[in-house]
Design a protein around this ligand. Structure first.
Ligand code: 4AD
Ligand code: MG
Length: 472
């Protein structure tokens, strides 16, 4: 039996005259009197392969009446294509029909909306659009591992179940095997979590950072790349309750070092996609044109970002720029307040039009573990935090230098009324050979949005999890 070649391999390596076997799902069939064209895609690349079958084939009648979505294998000869836009096609010599699809197949030729495709997330990867997005997502994942590996970082699989709220935002999913109908209580009438599976209250992790810090203190540099869970009730185009985060953590490094690492990493993601996914990016451009979505020359923008230096400003400077901008913001930019999405987008899109790294936020806006800046006037204390804001997406990365003084860290934990006991091991890092260190977290889906130009985060993860939605 001839071995199957992917359509990508056929386009890359087959010569006219070669006999090959391919298989795929039908995108369309055009029937003529004595021959038909079957257009197949197998997901290996953006391009479809057109198969010509003549009516002298025993399977002709059946094959030429197949509908979009049906699956089949074809053995045939590679020939030069008469059709425009493709160099080669296949002259079918034998056909094996796998599964047929009938006319209820949801992905018909005519325009299907993104909302409709979200409702059919189990099938949408068979469209040109989602094929492109998920091939690009793969490139970015591989580039992530390659980038950190080449820089000498070790891949850490941090735990998914945890006992503490590292970001302090209280947006955690509980993990429990207690029966909600029969919750055990202690003598104060509170739920007795000592009877629960882990003997304590536990959650799905919002970050792998604290464990990454442990490993950075022995391996020098590590990165995580795994699922992260947040139960925040944000039904926005940028939030998922299950998303993937990439978190490098670096010993003997300060904030400037990881700001540099972050820009190199983002540039690497862009350049790999430009190099490996030209067909996909070209398709996305075409798709935006069909959808009448403004394109703003997305690929050129990506090239520009790959080749330019990211802008770096402090939070205080950001507030000054926003206050002087004359823009009508819903939230007035005011020192001490969080930067809102509208502010972040103004800075990245209108004011600078390149990624912007904003540093040194008010201490009150950020998590307990960030390094406190020295010499601050009372009421204006800041921490060595950074957010990387990119046009079209807003916050892509959040990071910081970590507090490495035991005294200061304990002080901050007390100040915030947090429970020191569950963090004893994290505090140990400051007791035994504490060193300056820093890291960041990149929201992987936001990176996929940025590179593909897709505007809704639900369209760049295979099966999105959002409030009131966990289908598939
Ligand atoms: O800014 P965040 O909350 O930072 C941390 O979790 C740190 N522990 C990272 C670190 O220093 N190691 O989250 C990091 C990034 C955000 O910038 C954003 O891109 C993404 O994770 N993110 C989300 N992406 C999708 N859906 C959500 N609900 C997200 N929340 C954060
Ligand atoms: Mg953040």
């Amino acid at each position: 039996m001839t071995a199957r070649l992917s359509i990508k391999k056929v386009f890359e390596g087959s010569k006219v005259g070669d006999e090959v076997k391919i298989a795929g799902w039908i995108r369309s069939v055009r029937k003529n009197k004595s021959f038909s064209f079957i257009v197949l895609n197998d997901g290996s690349c953006q391009d479809n392969l057109q198969v010509v079958i003549n009516d002298d084939l025993p399977e002709y009648d059946k094959a030429s009446n197949l509908l979009t979505g049906s699956a089949l294998a074809v053995i045939g000869k590679v020939v030069e294509s008469g059709g425009k836009g493709q160099s080669i096609e296949l002259q079918g010599a034998s056909i094996e029909i796998y599964g047929e699809a009938d006319n209820t197949y949801p992905l018909q030729k005519k325009g299907t909306s993104l909302e409709f495709l979200r409702d059919n997330a189990h099938l949408r990867v068979r469209t040109n659009l989602f094929g492109a997005i998920f091939r690009i997502r793969h490139t970015l994942a591989m580039a992530t591992h390659q980038f950190f590996h080449e820089q000498g970082y070790y891949y850490l699989n941090s735990p998914i179940i945890t006992a503490y709220d590292a970001e302090g935002a209280g947006e955690m999913f509980s993990v429990s095997t207690l029966d909600p109908q029969k919750l055990p209580t202690n003598d104060k009438g509170e739920i007795d979590y000592s009877k629960d599976y882990y003997g304590r209250k536990s959650f799905l992790a919002v970050t792998g950072q604290l464990e990454a810090e442990c490993h950075a203190m022995g391996l020098g540099g590590v990165y995580t790349f795994g699922p992260t869970f947040r139960s925040e009730n944000s039904n926005t185009p940028r939030h998922l309750s299950e998303f993937w985060m990439v978190e490098p953590e670096v010993a003997f490094a300060d904030l400037d070092d990881v700001a540099e690492l972050a820009s190199e990493y983002i540039k690497r993601l862009i350049s790999e996609a430009l190099e490996k996914n030209k067909a996909e990016l070209d398709f996305l451009k075409q798709w935006r044109k069909w959808q009448k979505i403004e394109d703003n020359n997305h690929q050129e923008t990506l090239k520009h970002v790959r080749d330019s230096k990211f802008k770096k400003i402090t939070y205080t400077e950001a507030i000054e720029i926003l206050a002087a901008s004359g823009e009508k913001f819903e939230f007035r930019p005011e020192w001490g307040a969080e930067l809102q999405t509208e502010h972040e987008r103004f800075l990245a899109e209108k004011h600078f039009n390149v990624p912007v790294i904003v540093t040194d936020y008010p201490k009150s806006c950020k998590a307990f573990y960030m390094k406190q800046n020295a010499d601050e006037e009372a009421g204006k204390e800041t921490v060595r935090a950074m957010d990387v804001l990119v046009p079209g997406v807003g916050e892509l990365i959040g990071g910081s230098q970590r507090e490495d003084s035991l005294e200061k860290l304990e002080g901050r934990i007390d100040e915030m009324g947090m429970d020191k006991d569950v963090l004893w091991w994290y505090l140990d890092l400051r007791k035994y050979g504490s060193v300056p260190h820093a890291g960041f977290g990149l929201g992987f889906e936001r990176a996929v949005m940025y590179v593909t130009g897709m505007k809704n985060i639900r369209d760049v993860i295979a099966f999105p999890r959002t409030p009131k939605s966990a289908d598939f």
